[in-house]
Design a protein around this ligand. Structure first.
Ligand SMILES: *Cc1c(COP(=O)(O)O)cnc(C)c1O
Length: 382
């Protein structure tokens, strides 16, 4: 008898999502900015502790809005970690600017503040950072550099909804921040995202850019008697269908997080002795981080160990995987970006990374199977 595969990720199912979808479809208001957009936004505001939140159709769209709001344009540069998701670079390239790729720390995968400082030129228009695995970047150091140069910070918190570093909720320290509700994230709406506008002076314009460059948001609030084109923008709002699912999921946020932490902690304790014996580094966020159990990763000693380990796990029915290919080394990144300084640590981090299955409905028995398969693996003798 072959046991079923332990898949890498399955999108969360919430109890009320079908009822809420039915409510949207019978209400006659299926496009964006209805009852469920209001409810999901209020739930997010409760988690993040911030009122200026706009739901968007994807996290990538929210990153595009950041470029527009910060006036990034042709001839400008935006500093981006090479170890991040593609959208961080396309959001810059789409407005005609150049993403400048820099190195990351080889322990947590987060952007290296010293590499940011070294990459600043007179063309730099913004600094884009990402909280990898929902473990906060060194925002104190990054803000100090940004403030010294008068540069805004874009905080991609797609992995880190509700997580904290030094007690501060992630997504609240960038001038602008984004969340993603793609179905691979802790809380999802199929596709979806949010823009968090931490700077009050960008709030009005953020609403206009999200509504195809119009003042439709003010019209909906009864502040103007018709809506008109004021600015550039696009159709960035979230459908009520997605907002209905998002609302149902956010209502179960605490339960989702509890189950994810159950799995994460079982891996962390169950693999500790094996990791020590093999020279493997397990993800180990410091005590200042309340991470969101979005990812459990480990680092094998040598890049050559990774395909062997992934194949070993696959043979045992465990679908583990790697993660980002550094952007400086991708065809798109090479075409429209440039690299600043040495990116060896990010490259090594990316090449040695293995992520284990992590989703709320993983049973304890499945978690034990993953642990046993991992601890049966031996890295090549060095
Ligand atoms: C998921 C993700 C995004 C946004 O993805 P969308 O699919 O557009 O919502 C952005 N940045 C990071 C780091 C991500 O993981």
């Amino acid at each position: 008898m072959t046991p079923e595969h332990v898949v890498f990720c399955t999108p969360y199912r919430s109890a009320r999502e079908l009822d809420y979808l039915d409510a949207v479809l019978t209400s006659g208001h299926v496009h964006g900015d209805g009852e469920f957009t209001r409810r999901a936004t209020a739930l997010l505001a409760g988690i993040i502790g911030h009122e200026r939140i706009l739901l968007t159709s994807t996290g990538s769209d929210a990153l595009e809005i950041c470029s527009i709001l910060l006036g990034v344009g042709a001839g400008d540069e935006v500093i981006v970690p090479t170890y991040t998701f593609a959208s961080a670079a396309t959001a810059v390239a789409l407005v005609g600017a150049t993403p400048v790729f820099v190195d990351s720390d080889d322990r947590d995968g987060n952007i290296d503040p010293a590499a940011i400082a070294a990459a600043i030129t007179e063309r730099t228009r913004a600094i884009s950072v990402m909280n990898y695995a929902g473990v906060g970047v060194d925002m104190g150091a990054i803000r100090a550099i940004a403030d010294a140069h008068g540069l805004p910070v874009i905080e991609d918190d797609a992995h880190g909804l509700g997580a904290r570093t030094d007690g501060i909720v992630l997504g609240t320290r960038g001038d602008l921040a984004i969340q993603s509700f793609h179905d691979t994230k802790n809380v999802h709406s199929g596709e979806g995202g949010a823009l968090i506008v931490n700077r009050a002076d960008l709030w009005e314009r953020a609403q206009v850019v999200r509504q195809k460059g119009t003042d439709r948001s003010r019209f909906l609030r009864g502040e103007v008697d018709r809506y008109t084109l004021l600015d550039v923008g696009s159709g960035y709002s979230m459908s009520e269908l997605s907002a209905a699912v998002l609302t149902a999921q956010l209502e179960e946020f605490d339960a989702i997080q509890r189950e994810r932490h159950r799995v994460w902690t079982a891996y962390r304790t169950g693999l500790d002795a094996w990791a020590d014996s093999q020279g493997v580094q397990l993800m180990s966020p410091g005590p200042q981080h309340e991470h969101p159990a979005h990812i459990f990763f480990l680092q094998v000693p040598d890049a050559a160990d990774r395909p062997v380990m992934l194949a070993h796990l696959r043979e045992r029915g465990i679908l583990a995987t790697f993660h980002y290919v550094p952007l400086h080394d991708s065809p798109g990144g090479m075409r429209f970006g440039r690299t600043s300084g040495d990116v060896a640590r990010a490259t090594s981090f990316a090449a040695r990374l293995v992520r284990l299955p992590l989703w709320p409905a993983l049973s304890d028995e499945q978690v034990d199977r993953v642990r046993d398969a991992v601890t049966d693996f031996r890295v090549a003798a060095r």
